[in-house]
Design a protein around this ligand. Structure first.
Ligand code: ADP
Ligand code: TRP
Length: 348
């Protein structure tokens, strides 16, 4: 069993990234020893040394133009945020993709396997390219091939991602299957996406039909992991709701996306069932619920923010962590990369 995931180091982390992605990484990291023991007993596999790999997808981030200094800053900040959120560099392999050239190398090899028709179907490309497809970068188009390389390089079995990445994981499986078939090898492991149901989509605080995102122009639409206590409380107070009171069950919030989102956030942070939260606040308006939610958010995010501020102030320490992670990642990637060159008859 091997867990792997990546995140683009682009600007600030928000509550959606934390609940939809990072927190699940931490959960999987923490549960890994127990899960691996169970899996190994069932069927000994190629990954005797089960481990979690988490990386900053800085090579993917070139699909968005960024100044040099900002990109350097983004990678360090995102590393600090991941560690602050609970990724432990001594238990998980934490690194930035650019430091492990095997990613770019395998991506090139897989460009021979991936089909243009497959990439044409990727909804993320369509969304990000918008109307001007001809003007989009080639990198944006082949982005999913690099992502497939990220996953296949480490023989990852479990890939915790947000719902929006499901299609890229399916493509990864298609690439792996075609490569194995075309070259008559049993090289790449087919990965499973791990998508949390409850927190798959955290919505904007201003619009219950849009997901919380760093690209929303309104900062009031999201809770950033850097927001202080007052900012968090203010954003919750001003969050869009409706005049109806809370119902007895979560199901009855159907058709009230903003209200359902706030209850969902409360549930995700406390672990309490959404139904039980509704039952507790039933008949009361959001004037009663919002302060309780603000308190939960403030208390949950404060320790992460404090640790983040500390870590962020020490570039040398962060660089040392990333350097060590990259060395471990390179070593883990090497056998698969070598086998891929060999399967294709490329002398290396
Ligand atoms: P953004 O939408 O802010 O640009 P990214 O696309 O960089 O965020 O996503 C980084 C990770 O966070 C992905 O795994 C994605 O699935 C997850 N994620 C982003 N926004 C949300 C959200 N609103 N709810 C749940 N998960 C999210
Ligand atoms: N494309 C992912 C995202 O936008 C980030 C990513 C890059 C990734 N490589 C990966 C996720 C490999 C999982 C596995 O969120």
């Amino acid at each position: 069993m091997r867990v792997l995931s990546g995140i683009q180091p682009t600007g600030n982390l928000h509550l959606g990234n934390y609940l939809g992605a990072i927190r699940n990484w931490v959960k999987m990291q923490d549960e890994m020893p127990a899960m691996a023991a169970k899996a190994d007993m069932a069927k000994p596999d190629k990954n005797a040394d089960s481990q979690c790999f988490f990386f900053l997808a800085d090579m993917h981030s070139i699909t968005v133009h960024e100044e040099r200094a900002q990109r350097l800053k983004n990678v360090r900040e995102m590393a600090a945020a991941l560690i602050a959120a609970g990724i432990a560099p001594d238990r998980s392999v934490l690194f930035n993709q650019a430091r492990v050239p095997a990613h770019a190398e395998l991506a090139w090899l897989l460009n021979g396997t991936a089909r243009i028709g497959w990439l044409n179907r990727m909804t993320q490309f369509k969304d990000k390219a918008g109307k001007n497809r001809e003007g989009a970068s080639v990198g944006l188009f082949v982005y999913p091939v690099l992502q497939a390389a990220d996953v296949l390089l480490y023989q990852a079995t479990h890939v915790p991602v947000g719902e929006d990445q499901k299609q890229h994981l399916e493509l990864t499986r298609d690439v792996a299957t075609k490569f194995n078939t075309d070259f008559g090898v049993d090289l790449f492991t087919l990965p499973e996406p791990i998508i949390p149901k409850e927190t798959a989509r955290i919505m904007s605080l201003r619009d219950g039909s849009a997901k919380m995102s760093k690209s929303d122009p309104s900062d009031m639409s999201r809770i950033n992991l850097t927001d202080d206590d007052d900012a968090i409380s203010g954003k919750v107070r001003k969050a869009k709701t409706d005049p109806e009171p809370l119902p007895d069950t979560f199901e009855q919030l159907a058709g009230r996306p903003e209200a359902a989102n706030l209850v969902g956030i409360f549930a995700a942070l406390t672990g309490e069932k959404a139904d039980s939260i509704c039952a507790r606040f039933a008949g009361q308006g959001f004037g009663a619920f919002k302060p309780a939610l603000a308190e939960v958010l403030v208390e949950s995010l404060r320790p992460i923010r404090q640790r983040f501020e500390q870590l962020k102030a020490d570039d040398a320490a962060l660089d040392a962590i990333l350097l060590k992670g990259a060395a471990r990642a390179s070593a883990a990637a090497e056998p698969t990369l070598r086998a891929a060159y060999d399967a294709m008859g490329l002398m290396r």
